[in-house]
Design a binder for this molecule. Structure first.
Ligand SMILES: Nc1ncnc2c1ncn2[C@@H]1O[C@H](COP(=O)(O)OP(=O)(O)OP(=O)(O)O)[C@@H](O)[C@H]1O
Ligand SMILES: [Mg+2]
Length: 466
């Protein structure tokens, strides 16, 4: 703000009188002058007034020609979080009929003041009429049709231009990205031979509700969080920004649930790739090319869905193994898929995750298990005492019970999947009855399997590599 000196008062008086004259000239002009001349003079006068001010104004239009201006969209969602007591007009918009989310937008004419690093930034939503590039006429009034162009005006003191452009704008963009990720409705894409179809994805599974070993859960979450932050790293080493997870374990141990939890955690869409739908590499290539950024490419039950090269075949082509994409019968192989992905995605720069699931790790193509192919191998085990506690807390909001000791003892001894435990927990709302039911199942299983060697449990640590 300028201090009030006599000089400045004079300056203000001049500005006021220019403004008054501007109004007069405008009134006269609209009567006497053709509209283009009127626009010309009012622009000149506005320019004169602005040149007296210490403000800088940035205009951000909604569209650049026919192309969306993402800065406008970002500022719009950022400013919707800046409503305060003096906000008078907002708009509400709900696109999905059965969702609980709605969008809040600031209405036309509304001003928002935002403080950033101690600097006042004044935003105003506005619009102007402009002529479309293809001229059309409104025949009733014999006037050319005009188009409403929405824009945002950002006003601040000139001396903060650098902060505005180098810090504030990037800040608005990054805030908008976070907001968007928070309200984004996730999609689940499935494929036929040629294309992806999507439905909204509302899977309740989260890391919190997953019955998983605490350490493993932490490890997976940290791995994901680190991956999404490493854009610059992948760029520097010239690799596609992708990470691969191989989930293996018996049916009902939560492989699909973990993928859903990952998607919910990262707010990524899922592309559930059904390889058996595909007849050729070119179909695979075209589908992979359509997988968007910030997504999980999921291939379930990989032991069933693809034919691997025979060992013979592999021996012959050992040196070119990396380039082999089809097995003898023309079906795609997973190594081939990974090669495709590297080639296709390394040029697009966005972050993507690949998850393969299988019930039988031993049946997999050894090429796929080589270090570096899938970054993390995650063993999904039978239910553990910790997993059991998570499930009871999910279904009955219970963190202790007299039967816990006996149940946990049995869970250590017999193989029961989290899915089976979940099923017992869901049978009734009465926690006592549900736990009794689970205890019965465990006892029966123990009697049945008495004497049989126990299979799956011990491999967990030796098979988990990164
Ligand atoms: N680890 C787990 N934590 C929480 N819930 C689980 C877990 N494992 C299984 N469940 C429950 O069991 C159901 C089936 O699990 P899910 O489909 O994730 O298993 P899966 O390992 O993918 O099985 P499949 O190999 O048959 O595909 C889930 O809907 C979930 O309710
Ligand atoms: Mg599954």
């Amino acid at each position: 703000m300028l201090p009030m000196t006599t000089n400045n008062s004079a300056l203000l008086a001049t500005a006021a009188s220019i403004a008054a004259s501007a109004v007069l000239i405008r009134t006269l002009a609209s009567d006497l002058l053709p509209s283009s001349a009127e626009e010309y003079f009012s622009e000149k006068i506005a320019y004169m007034l602005e040149s007296l001010s210490s403000d800088l104004i940035i205009t951000i239009e909604e569209f650049d020609g026919a192309i969306t201006n993402h800065m406008y969209k970002a500022a719009e969602s950022y400013l919707a979080t800046k409503l305060n007591k003096s906000t008078r007009r907002i708009r509400i918009n709900k696109q999905e009929e059965d969702s609980d989310n709605f969008e809040v937008k600031i209405d036309h004419g509304q001003e928002i003041v935002d403080l950033f690093e101690g600097i006042k930034f004044r935003w105003r939503f506005s619009s102007k009429n402009s002529k479309p590039s293809i001229q059309t006429y409104n025949h009733r009034h014999m006037k050319p049709n005009t188009m409403e162009t929405k824009f945002l005006e950002l006003k601040f003191n000139k001396k903060h231009k650098d902060t505005a452009l180098k810090s504030y704008m990037p800040f608005v963009l990054s805030q908008a990205k976070t907001i968007k990720a928070g309200i984004k409705t996730l999609k689940l894409y499935t494929n036929d031979q040629y294309s992806w179809e999507s439905v909204n994805f509302h899977h309740p599974s989260t890391f919190e509700t997953m019955a998983l070993d605490v350490e493993l859960k932490k490890e997976v979450m940290q791995d994901l969080a680190r991956f999404v932050k490493r854009k610059e790293y992948y760029k520097r080493v010239g690799k596609a920004w992708k990470r691969g997870y191989l989930l293996y374990g018996p049916p009902g141990t939560g492989k699909s649930s973990l993928v859903a939890a990952m998607a919910n955690f990262l707010r990524f869409d899922i592309y559930d790739l059904e390889l058996t739908e595909l007849k050729s590499n070119s179909e695979l290539r075209s589908l992979l090319a359509k997988v968007a950024n910030r997504s999980i490419l999921l291939v379930e039950d990989i032991d069933c869905s693809v034919n691997f090269e025979s060992r013979e075949n592999k021996k012959q082509s050992q040196n070119q193994e990396e380039s082999v994409t089809e097995s003898d019968d023309g079906k795609v192989t997973l190594s081939g898929l990974l090669n495709f992905v590297d080639g296709l995605w390394s040029s697009c720069g966005g972050e993507r995750i690949i998850v393969f699931t299988t019930n039988y790790k031993d049946k997999l193509d050894p090429a796929l298990l080589r270090p570096g192919r899938m970054d993390m191998h995650i063993h999904m085990s039978y239910c553990t005492p910790t997993g059991f506690r998570v499930l009871v807390s999910n279904y009955h909001a219970l963190d202790d019970h007299q039967l816990f000791g006996e149940i946990e003892g049995l869970i250590k001894e017999v193989d029961i999947t989290p899915a089976e435990v979940a099923e017992e927990m869901m049978k009734t709302d009465d926690a006592d009855v549900a736990l009794q039911g689970l205890l019965k199942v465990l006892k029966e299983r123990k009697n049945k399997t008495a004497g049989e060697p126990k299979g799956d449990e011990t491999e967990e640590d030796e098979n988990k590599d990164h």
